[in-house]
Design a protein around this ligand. Structure first.
Ligand code: NAD
Length: 335
């Protein structure tokens, strides 16, 4: 089986490549990534077999056409996107260009490829679009989690661009029968994430002894999914997912930002105590809130749990320990 992965030098894509590579010998992986600031080519171990990296933009029609023609993938997973909400607020056009227009070029080129492959391959082919729970918008504390049929109600340019891509993907299924599956996951954490994101930012700020910034009052709730659990859900979806369907992938690990920052500081206090044994917590500082900051994200993953017998297995505390240890090693601080 040949798989085309886009955005595989980023956080989730690179974790997925490692896990996918371990699932079977007989697999070829093509990774198309434009290598933006959030990526790191070193995220993918050199020992990965049957692996080809191509630097480029998913919106480059000729490049994508050539890749599809040359490697004839059986499956495409699109992780590629601009992903930082704060940057989308300061520069929304980049997000519209990358996550909507480049994506439209990409899916159209992939649809053309699929329409012209042999019947057997065509029937087995899947295009998986990786999306985010931010498309559903914000929940109040006591409201029920969002299900796959909840309406989209985006509150920032990032989520708006991701919701737009989902609408385009869904329309390609309805209009052309292109076998799209949309996966919608909660906040991921784990190794390889860029330090601009919440958990790596807390860890690296603490270790660099700078302020640990918390937006607003820190009461925003997120559901944290360990990246390996996400990748394992995707492997189930590759096998059992039905074109035209979308699948929520949640973790049942709801925690507010302040509590999470405190928990990370406590883990660091134990694993990498400061020389004077002062707690890292004293560096936590509240800063001006992000405009349009969503209060709570929570999704109902009953569908994937029931149909595919998937469930998240990483507890938040063990997942955070693993993540902290990874950043300690990366920063060459591990004792
Ligand atoms: N990180 C999360 O918590 C989370 C949660 C739910 C969904 N998602 C989605 O998962 C996907 C991956 O997220 P991530 O956290 O790994 O992001 P990331 O920013 O770490 O990685 C994105 C990768 O995509 C590449 N890329 C971006 N635009 C591209 C383009 N036009 N052409 C080629 N390559 C391009 C970048 O170079 C980078 O390597 C995204 O679609 C994101 O919306 C992320």
């Amino acid at each position: 089986m040949t798989i085309l992965i886009t955005g595989g030098a980023g956080f989730i894509g690179s974790n997925f490549i490692k896990i996918w590579n371990n699932t079977s010998e007989n697999r070829k992986i093509i990774n198309l990534d434009k290598l933006s600031y959030s990526s790191n080519i070193k995220n993918i171990p050199i020992e990965i077999k049957n692996y080809k990296f191509i630097k480029g933009n998913i919106g480059n029609v000729n490049l994508v056409k050539n890749i599809l023609h040359k490697y004839q993938p059986d499956l495409i997973i699109n992780f590629a996107a601009e992903t930082h909400v704060d940057t989308s607020i300061s520069n929304p056009k980049i997000f519209a260009q990358n996550n909507i227009m480049d994506f439209l070029n990409f899916i159209e080129t992939c649809k053309y490829y699929w329409a012209n492959i042999n019947q057997d391959k065509k029937e087995k082919f899947k295009f998986i679009q990786i999306s985010t729970d931010e498309i559903y918008g914000s929940l109040k504390k006591n409201e029920k989690p969002f299900a796959e049929n909840s309406p989209y109600k985006t509150n920032n340019p990032y989520s708006a661009s991701k919701a737009s891509a989902n609408h385009i993907a869904q329309s390609f299924f309805q209009t052309y029968g292109f076998p799209v599956i949309i996966t919608i996951s909660t906040n991921n954490y784990g190794p390889h994430q860029h330090t601009e994101k919440f958990i790596p930012k807390i860890i690296t700020s603490a270790l660099h002894n700078t302020i640990i910034p918390i937006y607003g009052d820190g009461q925003q709730i997120r559901d944290w999914l360990y990246v390996t659990d996400h990748c394992n859900a995707l492997i189930k979806i590759i096998k059992y997912g039905i074109p035209g369907e979308s699948y929520n992938i949640g973790a049942n690990n709801e925690i507010n930002n302040l509590e999470l920052a405190i928990l990370l500081c406590e883990i660091l206090d134990k694993t990498y105590p400061k020389k004077n044994y002062e707690t890292y917590k004293i560096n936590i500082k509240f800063i001006n809130d992000r405009p349009g900051h969503d209060t709570r994200y929570s999704i109902d993953s009953t569908k994937i749990q029931t149909i595919m017998k998937w469930k998240p297995i990483e507890e938040i505390t063990s997942g955070l320990h693993k993540t902290v240890n990874w950043y300690l090693k990366k920063l060459k601080l591990f004792k």
